[in-house]
Design a protein around this ligand. Structure first.
Ligand code: TYD
Ligand code: MG
Length: 463
């Protein structure tokens, strides 16, 4: 068998190269290309030699497994996103833009876990102990039984952790930590990976819950926490719009619970406050009967969330009209516009279209299609939708309305917030308890529609 050619990799961005060079083609870093050690000696050789592996014990799937032990912080929005609490011997990554509030969230979380009886260490590599203390004082947590360390040398940190054996360790942030055995700058891919690997191993070895903070860099997250997502058990992203007080903690991966769960917080002078009823918050500053606004009854994780979708449609002299989206997928908007034009004969040519999800939420559900279409039509016709109506449903390319999951939960949440009617796909309406004929959840009046043409006819007269 031919010998594999040597492989090279950039220690800054992780890009693979076929040959050594002084400067990385991918990220432009100098002197960052190193030869990669070949992956083991190759299975072919091992098979022949005497050094065989041992047999691994095989178990049956049916063996009873106790659920993992969890600790709860009492911050219910945090516990929910963790899947019902923090799991022992687990590694969790909390990523987010610099300045979004990660340190604040984790200091508050650490204090809560410590107060509930976990021995807790908070290691800051970004701020001096005095700064962390100041923040704790501002958050009213000065008395919390959290042990503090300001350190970036991971070898020293691990020695300390091995001696102290805490239940919970927060590492803020993974980009500031460094291992002396890795020849690369802190924050580079090889350091970040090595540090994450060591800490994950430590979590498994000692039964400690480890939380890693990672900054996400705007340019593609190359040296960011994305490169360690596969190593950890749980990945949470802390997001929000600058200038908005709302912050969302979103699970994107969770080996111990549902992914896609969100926790909603509001920034205050005393730190992050839980928002137990996010729908009320997202709808709090709605204007009365504004054209172009539609309320979408969505599901985020396991919880229904109501949010306003706003559209603005304006004539433009440009040959290429603008399509601007905040909080939703631009490709999906293009699709809805095309379906409206092709199936309901409502053209948007010559019109600029702006779409915004209020409150800084980012929606990924296809169930938002119908609410988006409603907002677009309402803006185009300059006709406000009924104030007390929620809308949801997926639109297919044929213009048919497809049912979506959890219609009942969506309606219950809407009823709780004072909405009294809902527009949704006919098949979803038919599937409701009572077959759509009896009273819908919460006494809502439900209007089921088969396709986009029916929807346009019913909501906007003849269209
Ligand atoms: P910080 O937690 O330091 O963000 P990160 O660790 O993600 O970089 O928060 C950034 C700034 O915002 C900091 O000066 C404190 C302030 N802040 C508040 O005043 N109240 C809050 O609820 C939060 C989350 C932050
Ligand atoms: Mg920070």
């Amino acid at each position: 068998m031919a010998k594999a050619p040597p492989a090279y990799r950039c220690t800054e961005c992780g890009a693979r190269q076929t040959k050594w060079s002084g400067r990385c083609d991918a990220c432009g870093a100098w002197n960052s290309i190193t030869e990669e050690a070949p992956l083991s000696q190759g299975p072919g050789k091992a098979r022949l030699g005497p050094a065989r592996g041992r047999t691994v014990p095989l178990a049956s799937l049916a063996e009873a497994e106790a659920p993992p032990a969890r600790a709860t912080s009492g911050l219910s929005e945090l516990d929910r996103v963790l899947g019902g609490g923090l799991v022992q011997a687990s590694a969790t990554l909390v990523g987010g833009d610099p300045g979004i509030g990660k340190s604040t969230l984790l200091l508050q979380g650490a204090a809560r876990f410590a107060a509930s009886g976990l021995s807790t260490i908070y290691v800051s590599g970004e701020e001096a102990a005095a700064q962390v203390r100041l923040r704790a004082a501002r958050l009213g947590l000065a008395e919390a039984p959290v042990a503090l360390a300001a350190e970036t040398n991971l070898r020293d940190i691990l020695t300390t952790l091995d001696a102290e054996r805490p239940d919970l360790v927060v590492i803020d942030s993974i980009q500031t930590m460094w291992l002396d055995s890795v020849e690369a700058a802190p924050g580079s891919v090889s350091q970040v990976r090595a540090v994450a690997h060591e800490l994950t191993q430590f979590a498994k070895r000692r039964g400690t819950a480890v939380i890693l903070v990672g900054h996400v860099t705007k340019e593609g997250q190359i040296a960011g926490p994305r490169t360690v997502e596969h190593m950890v058990d749980t990945v949470l992203y802390f997001e929000g719009e600058r200038g908005h007080p709302f912050r969302l903690l979103r699970a994107v991966k969770n080996r111990f619970g549902p992914a896609d769960e969100i926790g909603v917080f509001e920034m205050t002078g005393q730190g992050l406050a839980e928002v137990l009823n996010p729908s009320a918050l997202f709808l709090s500053d709605r204007e009365a009967r504004a054209p172009g606004a539609a309320v979408f009854a969505g599901i985020e994780g396991t919880r229904p969330v109501l949010v306003e979708i706003q559209a603005l449609v304006a004539p433009t002299p440009q040959a290429q009209p603008r399509r601007t989206v905040v909080g939703w997928d631009g490709g999906r908007l293009a699709m809805i516009l095309a379906v409206l034009e092709a199936r309901a004969a409502i053209p948007f040519a010559g019109l600029d279209v702006y779409l915004n999800v209020a409150g800084g939420l980012r929606i990924t559900e296809p169930a938002a299609d119908l609410a988006v279409a409603a907002a677009l039509l309402s803006a185009r016709e300059d006709a406000a939708l009924p104030q007390d109506m929620v809308i949801f449903g997926e639109i297919s390319l044929s213009g048919a309305l497809r049912p979506v999951s959890q219609a009942e939960n969506r309606l219950k949440e809407a009823a709780k917030l004072g909405f009294s009617q809902a527009a949704l796909p006919a098949r979803a309406a038919g599937a409701l308890s009572g077959g759509g004929a009896g009273p819908a959840p919460g006494g809502m009046s439900v209007r089921g529609m088969a396709d986009l043409t029916a929807f346009v006819g019913e909501m906007f007269g003849a269209g």
